[in-house]
Design a protein around this ligand. Structure first.
Ligand code: BGC
Length: 746
């Protein structure tokens, strides 16, 4: 998309005049005939909202998607035919700072791209064939608006007294307004935004409201999430309401903002609203979002009630593509918790947390991607994210950075985080069958692997963040040496690249990577495997080695036994961080220990998910809740999706739905549920590219009754869990039966 084609220019308000304000830009235009189509192509960086004749264009919020703006910027296209009026019309835009003009938080590196600016083209076609274009150019006028400051992290200040009623409609007199200034573009290629937009997807009603002082209230939304609140009030002009946001309360029941990362960001999440006066006012911010469950409201005029405030859940609005439920309420709760955590952390980028950093850390993305794909139609998000990794690596010497996109890269990616760049294309390919993603990133992936090979000593990759946030101790990874996890990822990445090479006809490369994988495996065995005790020394080490099939087949059962022994030796507790959590449950079930996996999910003492729940968690925590970590590193976030890798287990193992990587995109599906004894029934579905796949089973008085729906065009191989009988299925619905065997699969 070339801006020249339309002769649109980038425009904004002169920086000196603007200050921190989110300026209003407007353009009058007259229609001269019957309109058959009108299409608005628009990009305002950092964020924008647009109106035609006073009516908001579309329902996206926080547009456009965050990118490396010097490399690419996203243009959003809206059909606005129905919004055109006969005669005079007005196109109005409010411009926010977003990620483009973010210079307040995490500024140890310069994160700033520039002043907010707008580019747009309204393309109109008349019945008689004439075409007309209203472009952003020097003819526009601008003025300061009611948003007096806005920052993604710190919040928004809105002074309703500064509203200019009717500013975005015809008939408004803009004589006092000033001329816009023409600016340079951000520099990046302009691309049509194709990922689902960010939207307000849900409205939450407070579960409790408590007075905490004169005009001050503590509101509990009952659910940690990302978004903002909408308020409704009546106050005299100039009445100022402050809203502070946090994930938890302190012992005295007051707001505790520490877990939102104030120690690192230097700012609290805080919005302010200043009343216009003279009637009922409603407001919600537009250029910020918060990670929160609790809101402290202060300065409230008059009575306060649940009708005065609602929680607005805001995230990339992808279609739900999977569902899981079962007879065990704990599992359902943990499934919902993983989903709330994931949804809180996608705003056009898969983020680490929605308050402190809001960054696309690669290592987190690696363990989130698969459960994202099971639950949501999120392929486009992951493809966009891979493009983000591409742009950051182009800007920084050809290798991925720890974070993408944006200027806060935290340097070149450490090996285990970097390997997301090999694994994510593979997950997307296996789930969707789309080869393009592999072709597109082949060069980058191989370059990364060559680099890691050069860094590795005797095939061992020493460096890495490791099994991040495992329990206990002062460090961030204490139970499993990072050299083990990094080398296991190196092994897995080499295997994946070998398969990709085969697919792309890069046979020599494929053979080379297969050879590498063999070398890494041998080195890992030499260095980390205690053959006598059949262990890699930790739960994560054993779980990953089994999941990646590093263990010699004849030793697998013994390694699984060592894993079990370790868990039982700790009174059924985990020592896993984000990597172990991705594989532990599947591995336990896969080796006949599903009952233990279930018992771990029911553990209530530290460290466990039950313990998080007992301590009030409604989203997954960054750590397991160690107070010493809070002291040593600053309080941790309470909304970190990297801990949610267990969610795969629900789909792949309890429901038993597994894509066949040799016939990707669910062209052929393996169905092999592994029912632990404690579960009476499971029901799961997933929308594959062919249609809906369902696997639902129940224990009917000792009989395993399994209902299956295979989408048309797919084939499936179903394995009955107790008899081991296999059935080949095609599109259709089936009921299979098997006899429960005590001590059988589990
Ligand atoms: C982030 C993590 C990230 C890690 C790596 C943290 O501050 O929140 O999720 O992966 O840093 O260092």
């Amino acid at each position: 998309m070339k801006s020249k084609v339309y002769e649109a220019q980038w425009i904004g308000m002169a920086a000196k005049r603007r200050g921190d304000n989110a300026p209003l830009l407007r353009r009058r235009f007259a229609l001269c005939g019957e309109v058959v189509s009108a299409e608005l192509n628009i990009c305002g960086v950092g964020y924008y909202e647009a109106w035609i004749n006073g009516v908001r264009v579309g329902d996206h919020v926080l547009d456009p998607a965050q990118t490396d703006y010097t490399e690419r910027v996203m243009v959003v296209r809206h059909d606005v035919t129905g919004m055109m009026a006969a005669g005079e019309n007005v196109l109005g835009v409010m411009l926010g700072d977003g990620w483009y003009n973010q210079n307040k938080v995490w500024v140890e590196a310069c994160l700033w791209y520039g002043e907010p600016r707008l580019w747009c083209v309204l393309a109109i076609r008349y019945r008689d064939g004439r075409e007309e274009r209203v472009c952003s150019d020097e003819a526009w006028r601008c003025s300061a608006g009611p948003v007096v400051s806005n920052n993604v992290y710190a919040g928004e200040v809105y002074d309703a007294r500064r509203e200019q009623p009717g500013w975005n409609t015809a008939g408004f007199c803009d004589d006092e307004w000033e001329r816009v200034v023409v600016m340079e573009g951000p520099g990046g290629r302009m691309e049509l935004q194709t990922i689902p937009p960010i939207r307000v997807t849900q409205t939450l009603t407070p579960v409790s409201i408590r007075g905490v002082g004169e005009g001050s209230y503590m509101v509990d939304m009952g659910q940690n999430h990302a978004g903002w609140v909408k308020i409704r009030l009546q106050g005299s002009a100039g009445t100022e309401i402050t809203l502070r946001f946090a994930e938890r309360l302190d012992d005295a029941g007051m707001l505790d903002t520490s877990s939102t990362g104030v120690f690192a960001t230097g700012v609290e999440q805080r919005d302010r609203y200043i009343c216009r006066g003279g009637g009922v006012e409603e407001w919600e911010p537009r250029f910020t979002y918060h990670g929160f469950r609790y809101v402290e409201v202060s300065g409230w005029p008059g009575a306060f009630s649940a009708e005065a405030i609602s929680g607005r859940v805001v995230h990339t609005d992808f279609r739900v593509a999977g569902g899981f439920e079962c007879s065990d309420e704990r599992l359902d709760v943990l499934h919902r918790m993983a989903l709330w955590t994931h949804r809180s952390n996608v705003h056009s980028v898969p983020e680490d947390c929605p308050a402190r950093e809001r960054c696309g850390w690669l290592g987190d993305a690696n363990v989130v991607c698969e459960y994202s794909l099971w639950n949501y139609d999120s392929r486009s998000l992951w493809e966009k994210y891979l493009d983000d990794i591409e742009t950051t690596r182009r800007l920084h010497g050809g290798l991925p950075c720890n974070i993408a996109p944006g200027k806060r890269t935290c340097g070149m990616a450490r090996p285990d985080w970097a390997m997301a760049f090999v694994m994510i294309p593979w997950y997307v390919y296996v789930h969707s069958g789309a080869r393009g993603v592999l072709e597109q990133h082949w060069e980058g992936m191989t370059r990364l692997m060559e680099h890691l090979r050069a860094e590795a000593a005797e095939w061992i990759v020493e460096d890495g963040y490791g099994d991040w946030c495992d329990p206990g101790g002062d460090g961030l990874c204490t139970h499993t040496p990072p050299a083990l996890t990094s080398s296991l990822w190196f092994y897995q990445s080499a295997r994946v690249l070998s398969k990709v090479g085969q697919l792309l006809g890069e046979t020599a490369a494929a053979e080379k990577y297969e050879h590498w994988a063999g070398q890494v495996k041998a080195a890992v065995m030499r260095r980390f495997y205690d053959a006598a005790r059949a262990t890699f020394g930790s739960q994560t080490g054993n779980a990953m080695a089994l999941a990646f099939r590093v263990v010699p087949e004849e030793d697998e059962a013994r390694v699984a036994a060592a894993l079990v022994e370790d868990i039982l030796g700790r009174d059924t507790h985990v020592t896993t961080g984000i990597m172990g959590l991705r594989y532990l449950f599947e591995v336990l079930s896969g080796h006949g220990h599903g009952d233990l996996a279930l018992a771990l999910m029911h553990q209530d003492s530290y460290p466990s998910f039950g313990n998080m729940l007992a301590r009030g968690a409604t989203t997954l925590w960054e750590g397991w809740g160690e107070p010493e970590h809070d002291l040593a590193h600053g309080a941790r976030s309470l909304n970190h999706p990297m801990m949610g890798g267990y969610d795969n287990w629900f789909y792949t193992t309890l429901a038993g739905m597994q894509p066949d990587e040799t016939q990707p995109g669910f062209a052929h599906i393996y169905l092999r549920p592994m029912p632990p004894r404690g579960l009476a029934w499971v029901r799961a579905w997933h929308d594959t590219p062919y249609g809906r796949l369902v696997s639902a089973w129940r224990n009917e008085g000792g009989e395993f009754v399994w209902e299956i729906e295979v989408p048309a065009g797919c084939r499936a191989t179903a394995t009955l869990p107790f008899s081991g009988r296999q059935c080949r299925l095609e599109g259709g619905t089936y009921q299979l039966r098997d006899t429960y065997v005590q001590g059988g699969r589990g």
